[in-house]
Design a protein around this ligand. Sequence first.
Ligand code: CO
Length: 163
Amino acid sequence: MKRALLISLTAILFVRAASADVCKIDVSASDQMRFDHQVLRIDSGCGEVEVNFTNTGKQPAKIMGHNWVLTRTKDLAPVAIAGMGAGFANNYQVPGDSRIIAATKLIGGGESTSVKFSVAALKAGDEYSFFCSSPGHYSIMKGRFEIAVGNSLANAQAANATR
Ligand code: CO
């Protein structure tokens, strides 16, 4: 009797976890000014996306700091260029820049940070990119951010697990 109750409780918890739909993505960047992914993919069924970003390098943020910034692809270069002027104290992001959909702070080697955003901020049919807004980095530290409509969440996560 006790065991049957335990199994049914477990099933309920599992369903609740699945319906929370927070999709997690792990991304890292190195002293070589590279992200470990060129494409990140989420399922359109994700309610929220949590990006966990790690700088695997050894240099401090002032020397080789990186961040993870998401914009529409057409906004990438203008946002990166504007961010240079915003300076280190602002994580090389113009405060309140409405073109920035999501962004982490700038972090140095050995540090981690994260950002969470709603998939409702993304429109089907638009093209999105992620990049690092540290001065001069965006030309090579960038990649596509794709919304996989109709793909299973498992497929999307598998795509993010491999380069
Ligand atoms: Co960078």
